[in-house]
Structure formats: structure tokens, C-alpha cells
Design a protein. Structure first.
Length: 264
């Protein structure tokens, strides 16, 4: 509830339940138990608990993210085991995507979170220096520091945009499932999130740098810097939905698909 990054997790089960509701007409009337699949999922969840307990007894002191990663992953495996036991494999095949979508409930482990944050910090610095140079602003990049005329900008972890990038990633997976049929087009929509996030972060730093040099150094404390994240996130949605619309229009219409199946 109080995490700036993981707050999106609260929405994941709600979205999954809505996706199951959309599939309600396709659910089979009778459910058969899938004992093998249920046993495999339950053993996987139990194995995570055993490994966690063994690691803690061996001296490992996990951070909160690492603890929640293992506990949530174990919980989801037990949930799948319960679905296979009480609903059966035929039902689970129909709602496979909503169940798989629950994987976004698993928090990133601390090492992965730190690496991702560092990656977007460095790539954002490169993109921002490129924007500034293209605009004619003298700039020297020194690792995560951009030296501008009379002013320097440091790309802090808070400038990585990792929260909005994660939200955009979830949006791309969901939009691809709902609006696209082709697997490679769905994959493309997800892959494009990374360069789009880098450009968005770089553009945000570029705007702040331009304001600080051309107007006042005090612009570093302005709302455009401290609370401007949602604005730039909305701007990044424009090319994202433009690509989604293009991919959507490039697919065959539903009527053509039905006619092709009838001919077969």
C-alpha cells in the first residue's frame, strides 16, 4: 500500500478476475481434475518454501522484496494447484492468460530491481545527452552526470522511471492480449516498451535541463521535475497507442477470419 514502485500489484488480481469474467461464456460445463498438473504445481510451491527456510537457516537475511518474491511465487503455484484440483485442466486452459497474468503480482527481487533501475539510469543519461546535443545545448556526460553551462544534472534512481515503465509493460501485455491475434505483434508491442521508456526518461531530463539553463537553476525544484512524471508518462502513451492502432489495423478482420475457418 505504501510502496511507490509495487503499488500496481493491488490492481493485478482485479484485472485477472475481469479477464476471467470475459471468458465466462467459453468455460466448459463440466470440470475434470488434473492430478498430475496439480501435484507438479503444489510441489513447486512447496519447494520454494523449503528452499527459503533452508536459506534463512543457513544465514541468509533476505530483504523485504526477496521475501515477498518467494512467498508470492509460492502462493501462486499453490493457487494453480488448487485450480487444477477443483476446476480441472480444461477450465484452466480457457483462463490460461488471466492466471498467467497473476505473475505480475510477484515483486521483483532486490537484485533484479537494482539492475533494472541502474539500466534505465544509464540509458536515460545517454538519451538525455543526445536530446540536449541535438537541441544545440553544450553538454558533457560523465557517467550519470550531465554537465551543462553553469549547471550539472545527476540522473538519480528516482529519475529512472521504473514505476511508469512497469505500468507500461503491464499495459502492453494486456493490450496485446485483448486487441492483437498475432504472436509476433504482441511480442513487438511488449519489446517497444523498453526503448519508449528510455526516450521518455531522456526527454524528461532534457526538458528539466533546458529549463534550468535557459530560465533558472531553481527549475530543478519546480513541479515539472518533482511531480512531472505522470505528464511524461501520458506523452509516452501517444506513440504506444499509435503503434497498437497500426498493428491492430494490419490484422485481418474478424469476419475474414471466420470465413476462412468455415472454408477449411
Amino acid at each position: 500500500m505504501h510502496s511507490e514502485f509495487f503499488s500496481y500489484i493491488l490492481l493485478i488480481p482485479v484485472i485477472s478476475l475481469y479477464l476471467v469474467w470475459l471468458k465466462r461464456a467459453d468455460l466448459p460445463g463440466q470440470a475434470g481434475v488434473s492430478w498430475k498438473g496439480a501435484a507438479a504445481a503444489a510441489l513447486g510451491g512447496l519447494a520454494l518454501l523449503i528452499c527459503f527456510e533452508w536459506a534463512v537457516r543457513s544465514g541468509w537475511r533476505p530483504q523485504k522484496e526477496d521475501y515477498l518474491t518467494l512467498m508470492t511465487a509460492s502462493f501462486l503455484l499453490f493457487l494453480v494447484a488448487g485450480c487444477l484440483t477443483f476446476l480441472g485442466g480444461s477450465v484452466l486452459r480457457v483462463i490460461a492468460f488471466p492466471v498467467a497474468f497473476l505473475a505480475f503480482m510477484v515483486p521483483m527481487p532486490s537484485a533484479m530491481l537494482d539492475w533494472t533501475e541502474s539500466f534505465f539510469q544509464h540509458t536515460s543519461a545517454i538519451a538525455a545527452s543526445g536530446f540536449l546535443a541535438a537541441a544545440g545545448m553544450p553538454v558533457i556526460r560523465e557517467n550519470l552526470t550531465l554537465h551543462l553551462p553553469g549547471f550539472s544534472v545527476v540522473i538519480a534512481p528516482e529519475c529512472s522511471g521504473i514505476h511508469s515503465t512497469m505500468v507500461l509493460l503491464i499495459t502492453s501485455v494486456l493490450a496485446g492480449h485483448l486487441f492483437l491475434r498475432s504472436g509476433w505483434k504482441r511480442a513487438l508491442l511488449v519489446i517497444v516498451v523498453v526503448p519508449l521508456a528510455i526516450l521518455r526518461n531522456g526527454f524528461r531530463v532534457f526538458v528539466v535541463g533546458e529549463l534550468c539553463v535557459r530560465i533558472s537553476h531553481d527549475m530543478i525544484y519546480s513541479p515539472i521535475h518533482r511531480r512531472g512524471g505522470p505528464i511524461f508518462f501520458v506523452l509516452s502513451l501517444i506513440p504506444f497507442f499509435a503503434l497498437l492502432l497500426f498493428l491492430r489495423k494490419s490484422e485481418p478482420s474478424g469476419s475474414k477470419t471466420v470465413n476462412a475457418k468455415e472454408k477449411l
